[in-house]
Design a protein around this ligand. Structure first.
Ligand code: HEM
Length: 497
């Protein structure tokens, strides 16, 4: 019998009592909450009853923001603690530190503050951005004017993983010595839900378990050698917070896989989605190429031709590029931020939310709702977010609230600035300097359909990889590509393209 108070959000019925929604979640995974919001369009929030657990699914941006900003009655800590306990393989003393006081403790709070400061707009992120994009440029610089075959998604995973590792940890990082670790990050992500279940993980989540087992000691060794002196502020801050609590280098190594996992498993699928959509449309490709030309400079230094893109000018000079990025995160991201209700609360004086229930915000329902985006919501429209587009004030407001790729409130993704810079720089450099076609036949690149999105993953991944041929444009033969992060450097360049 339902223990529901009449003031709680309405209950979404299920054909099989008690476990129907659980089966739905297992079957449809990441798409399940969104599919329910389509069935009940007039409910901005509703309840799923699964045995003794209640889940409140939220599809209204207004209610979602209000909930995600409420740190008094809602908490993310239980998930953070469960993650540390079940997924990372940390020793008991470390689990206890993370779980102390229900998660509201010095370690978690310092880590949170330090991480947000290091990744916020300012000098620290500026340095990280500069390191990562120039490392990404090296993957372009080895491409010559004759066609080279690549599996596009795999190539991008490799480029982004190694560049991020170098930018975060310095040139002497464990990934530089063990290129196999690139796959480990993705194996870890794939096996994460099974690791989370904790049932004989060594067997049931073999690849993820092995990935974790291999990466942790390599990072312990990195800390033993003091190589973290070359790390960025984000990594240094994390290590400092751990050491204050007595973490050893082995303990620090245990946590490191989460850094790369958090920073890559969304960035790469979004970069791939943006790039393939752009390449599938020759008009769009040439429009963006023209925009990128406005931020490009070409100089000769010691007889070497340098082409650099000023990424700080993307926002002002490349409106279609930026709009395409926004359309990418709208269509590629179906995030479901999750919280636990820690005390009974009234939401907007209307809905009673009971202690112990789980909140599940359905980002996908907002991103895919015709209410916010119009009848062409299912189409990838790169011009949709142009500021010049005629929209009423209400439509503009609804769209800005309905775009929630990075969550919200206290846990709003701290890596969103970095993700933007990485994705847009990569795509801009690609379409500006290089040409690509499918390996079989001369057809245009077509974005592959998405594979089923596992529950808990934020970004949709391609169902299959694309075999392509990439070559450098003839006009850039022999040139070295780079990215300028600070526009003042631009003043030193000699000639404009
Ligand atoms: C397109 C790329 C990305 C997407 C779509 C994305 C999405 C998200 C989302 C939805 C959340 C949860 C927010 C919430 O619960 O309210 C999150 C949290 C987080 N993200 Fe990202 N993210 C991206 C890139 C990055 C990058 C590059 C980093 C690099 C450091 C990063 C680090 C984190 C961390 C550490 C958290 C947890 C924050 C906390 O616990 O308070 N993310 N991200």
């Amino acid at each position: 019998k339902s223990s529901k108070d009449a003031r709680e959000p309405p209950v979404a019925p299920s054909r099989i009592p008690f476990i129907g929604h659980l089966l739905g979640m297992f079957t449809y995974q990441g798409a399940y909450f969104k599919s329910l919001t389509v069935l009940y369009p007039s409910w901005p929030i509703f309840t799923l009853e699964i045995l003794s657990v209640k889940i409140y699914v939220v599809s209204s941006p207004d209610l979602a923001q209000s909930l995600l900003c409420n740190t008094k009655a809602l908490s993310f800590h239980p998930f953070h603690i469960a993650f540390t306990n079940r997924v990372l393989g940390a020793r008991q003393e470390i689990k206890d530190i993370v779980a102390q006081n229900g998660g509201d403790n010095r370690y978690n709070n310092d880590l949170h503050n330090d991480m947000y400061a290091a990744l916020a707009l300012g000098p620290d992120i500026h340095e990280t951005n500069s390191r990562v994009v120039n490392s990404l440029a090296q993957f372009f610089n080895v491409i010559c004017t004759s066609e080279q075959p690549r599996h596009l998604f795999a190539w991008m995973k490799n480029a982004f993983t190694l560049s991020t590792a170098e930018s975060f940890y310095g040139a002497q990082n464990p990934f530089a010595d063990n290129p196999d670790f690139v796959n480990s990050v993705w194996d870890f992500e794939e096996g994460l839900p099974t690791l989370f279940l904790g049932i004989f993980p060594r067997i049931t989540a073999r690849k993820a378990w092995t990935a974790r087992k291999n990466i942790a000691p390599a990072f312990a060794d990195y800390y033993d050698k003091g190589l973290d002196q070359h790390a960025n502020a984000f990594i240094k801050g994390r290590a400092k917070c751990g050491r204050v609590e007595g973490f050893t280098n082995d303990d620090l190594g245990t946590f490191e896989i989460t850094v790369l996992f958090a920073s890559l498993t969304n960035t790469v699928p979004n970069a791939f989605c943006m790039l393939t959509h752009m390449l599938s449309d020759p008009t769009l490709t040439s429009e963006i190429c023209e925009e990128v030309q406005r931020v490009a400079t070409r100089t000769t230094i010691n007889g070497i031709d340098h082409v650099s893109l000023d990424i700080t000018a993307f926002n002002t000079k490349c409106p279609i590029l930026i709009s395409t990025f926004q359309e990418t995160v709208r269509t590629c991201i179906n995030a479901t931020p999750v919280r636990v209700v820690t005390e009974d609360m009234m939401l907007k004086d209307k809905y009673l939310l009971k202690k112990g229930a789980i909140i599940q915000v359905s980002g996908g329902s907002m991103h895919e709702s015709p209410k916010f985006w119009g009848d062409d919501v299912a189409t990838f429209n790169p011009y949709r977010h142009l500021k010049t587009k005629e929209l009423t004030k209400e439509q503009r407001k609804a769209q800005s609230q309905g775009l929630m790729p990075f969550g919200g409130g206290k846990h709003l993704c701290p890596g969103r600035h970095l993700a933007f810079v990485e994705i847009v720089s990569f795509v801009a450099m690609f379409v500006y300097g290089f040409e690509v076609r499918m390996k079989n036949g001369s057809g245009l690149v077509r974005p592959p359909p998405s594979k089923k999105q596992p529950l808990g993953e934020n970004s949709k991944k391609p169902k299959f990889d694309l075999e392509v041929l990439i070559r450098r444009k003839e006009e850039f033969r022999g040139a070295v590509f780079g990215l300028v992060v600070d526009s003042s450097v631009d003043a030193k360049t000699v000639s404009s393209l």
